[in-house]
Write a protein that binds this ligand. Structure first.
Ligand SMILES: [Zn+2]
Length: 159
């Protein structure tokens, strides 16, 4: 079930929206290969009608499973949007789609959660990366030695 609310209910008073949104409704899987959304989105929102628009404000939180971009270690990351605000016009080109008096918040939630995804997920700021990275460095060092010996071979040839 997407997160919808009845805009008619807002004519008299504000509406409180609180609960969990199933992650399948957000269609986040496949958006980022290092981040996997498997837990529901928790929302605690207040919607009110202001003129020809609906203002939604509150808090969003979702725990996602990440893979460290350096060492590939799995870890949890909490995506928190507090405060989260959405301004939904009821008319004009940007108007929020309304079906049977129901406005759907799901696309707005999806977009803003994606923007809050870590760009470069790391298990810790001091993550040293994969152990074999050190070996790569050593290999590069060995390569340099070989290169310099190759130069000395060339010098020998010149003489
Ligand atoms: Zn790491």
């Amino acid at each position: 079930m997407p997160l919808t609310f009845n805009i008619r209910h807002l004519e008299e008073k504000e509406a409180l929206l609180r609960g969990d949104l199933a992650v399948a409704d957000l269609e986040l899987e496949g958006c980022d290969e290092l981040i996997h959304a498997r837990q529901p989105l928790r929302y605690d929102l207040r919607a009110e009608r202001i003129g020809q628009a609906i203002l939604v404000q509150g808090r969003l939180e979702m725990v996602v499973d990440c893979e460290c971009a350096r060492c590939l270690k799995p870890f949890h990351h909490s995506v928190v949007l507090d405060p989260w605000t959405a301004h939904l016009p009821l008319d004009g080109p940007e108007a929020v789609p309304i079906k049977d008096d129901l406005a759907d918040l799901t696309p707005f939630l999806r977009e803003d959660i994606l923007l809050e995804y870590p760009q470069h997920p790391l298990c810790g700021t001091d993550c040293g990366g994969l152990p074999n990275r050190t070996n790569e460095k050593k290999a590069t060092g060995a390569g340099r030695t070989e290169a310099s010996s190759a130069w000395s071979e060339l010098n020998k040839l010149k003489f």
